[in-house]
Design a protein around this ligand. Structure first.
Ligand SMILES: [Zn+2]
Length: 558
């Protein structure tokens, strides 16, 4: 079943998963807030990642333990970091600005965006563009009527006589080569053909667009009171660089040996020109990144290890395999320094094509080499173990020769890096899409009723269990409160005593709570409660004293 995005977005707002940022002021494009349940869901995702990748990563290819540590770097760093990483100067999309209304359009997406624009769709009904034939009186009528409303700055609207005469000259002048739709659109966007040549129109108002200019995706600010070029700083566009620049600090302070990984979870910022698809392409987002440092000779082995570990992680947390599409990048897609890269993609309901959740990239020695070059600081690694066990007879005890040897391969080298880089918000959205289900479940009277149920993996569910006393007051409430107080030490649980039990189940189904415990008359006799399962709807009785241990068992990562 494909999820209806409108229904999901409505549920996310109604139940407090995701809100538009600054909604009472009309929102702000590309920014989102997580509500009370959303923050728990996203936190569970980040915690699961940290637990499964940093504290307890799966054994390596030969069954060995994997060495992983964490880091939490500042969002604003020395701007030289972004020069070394290549973000200053090249981290930009060619963008064109409208000369009248000021709208920005990504140059490479212009014709796709124009095809969706209101005025193009209105105009296209006036003529058959395929053959290049057009009806001048109809275009004139459009220009003087509807066109004034939908494309006030279009040349055809501002000066129809001149524009139509240019177009007639073109069509009559080359009867064997009628203009394409694109050329026709350029003609009706051009007022002074000789002076300017053919123009490309703004998708919003029709005015000519300026030349493509690089538009930097980094948010800028200033550190300090002076707002000059010298105090300019950037909000980090990725968390990875914080890890690279701390490589030596981490290595020296933790007695680490290759291979090992450094992990970081944190916010990153990109000034996307066209934020879209709900939270998928946002301007502020959270990353979960690992930089895994290894010996160059072993790098492909570790690349394969991380690619497989990361794919398996999504499946383990309940993503259906047919929607998860790992895609190995072809040689033409790879960055020049990269040996291999897999995009782990997910089939979101808002798109016909799978979209990236995570990239697992083999980055070679690129990043450490860049920072060594720009900072002048040594970023190499010395293999103590290899030196200790190597045959030193060739140096004949000459300390100088030994020192020289230790500076070079195979003893000293720049590690290679495997980078699994995941989006916390993107995975949260995938989890929401994956969880949304509508099915039928019997109500109080046994009649089948449609219900909305969020089938979250229990580890990710914002609320793990709910406790329902059958009666609001008296002994049942006392027992239920005691259970609630015991469980909330260790689990996100909720107490609900309002409405019928059936209604309480529905409320919990809608927010994806896996289990509900009901304290009833029998509890007062034998201290057992009913546990009801969200997905199977099965109910069984369990001793109250066993509940905490049972929950712990069910929520344990496997
Ligand atoms: Zn415009």
């Amino acid at each position: 079943m494909s999820v209806d995005m409108e229904k999901l977005v409505a549920l996310c707002k109604r139940k407090g998963f995701i809100f538009q940022s600054s909604e009472i002021y009309g929102g702000i494009n590309g920014f989102w807030d997580y509500g009370p349940l959303g923050v728990e869901l996203k936190k569970n995702i980040k915690d699961a990642w940290w637990h499964d990748m940093v504290r307890n990563p799966p054994p390596g290819p030969e069954g060995q333990e994997i060495s992983m540590v964490g880091l939490d770097c500042s969002i604003i760093m020395n701007p030289k970091v972004w020069v070394a990483s290549g973000h200053v100067g090249t981290f930009a999309d060619p963008t064109r600005k409208c000369s009248k209304c000021g709208k920005f359009v990504r140059a490479d997406q212009l014709w796709a965006i124009l095809a969706e624009s209101d005025w193009v769709n209105s105009l296209i009904q006036e003529f058959t563009p395929v053959t290049g034939h057009y009806d001048a009186p109809l275009l004139m009528k459009w220009a003087q009527g509807k066109g004034k409303k939908v494309a006030p700055n279009l040349a055809l609207v501002r000066n129809p006589h001149v524009v139509l005469s240019f177009l007639a000259t073109r069509v009559n002048g080359q009867p064997d080569a009628p203009p394409t739709l694109q050329e026709m659109t350029q003609y009706i966007a051009t007022e002074q053909l000789e002076a300017t040549g053919l123009q490309d129109p703004c998708p919003l108002c029709g005015a000519p667009l300026g030349e493509p200019k690089p538009f930097t995706l980094m948010f800028e600010s200033h550190a300090g009171t002076e707002q000059t070029e010298d105090t300019k700083v950037y909000l980090r566009p990725e968390t990875a660089q914080g890890i690279f620049v701390n490589f030596k600090n981490v290595l020296d302070s933790n007695r680490l040996k290759l291979p090992f990984g450094i992990a970081q979870v944190g916010k990153a910022f990109r000034n996307e020109i066209t934020p879209r698809n709900y939270t998928f392409r946002s301007r502020e987002f959270e990353q979960m990144e690992i930089e895994f440092f290894c010996h160059p000779d072993e790098s492909m082995k570790w690349y394969e290890y991380w690619r497989d570990v990361r794919k398996a992680w999504y499946s383990k947390l309940g993503i259906q395999s047919e929607r998860l599409r790992p895609r190995e990048q072809g040689p033409e897609e790879l960055a020049h320094y990269s040996k291999a890269c897999t995009d782990i993609e997910y089939m979101f309901p808002f798109s016909d094509e799978p979209q990236e959740l995570e990239g697992v990239a083999h980055r070679g020695a690129y990043d450490l080499t860049q920072h060594q070059k720009h900072s002048g600081k040594d970023m190499s690694y010395f293999d103590e173990g290899l030196w200790a066990t190597s045959d030193k007879s060739a140096y004949g005890g000459d300390k100088k020769k030994e020192t020289e040897a230790k500076k070079n391969v195979p003893f000293r080298f720049t590690p290679h890096v495997i980078e699994p880089s995941a989006g916390a918000d993107r995975f949260t959205l995938a989890v929401l899409c994956e969880a949304y289900h509508e099915d039928t479940a019997p109500d109080e009277d046994g009649k089948p009723q449609t219900r909305v149920v969020m089938r979250f993996h229990p580890r990710l569910a914002p609320i793990k269990a709910a406790i329902f006393p059958l009666e609001k007051k008296g002994e049942m409430a006392v027992k239920a409160t005691a259970l609630y107080r015991e469980l909330k030490h260790d689990f996100a649980v909720e107490y609900d005593d309002s409405g019928s039990i059936g209604k309480r189940y529905r409320r919990m189904d809608e927010v994806g709570t896996p289990w509900c415990f009901t304290i009833d008359g029998q509890t007062l006799q034998d201290d057992t409660v009913t546990i009801r399962d969200r997905d199977t709807l099965q109910q069984e009785r369990m001793k109250m004293s066993d509940i905490a241990a049972e929950l712990r068992k069910r929520l344990r990562s496997t």
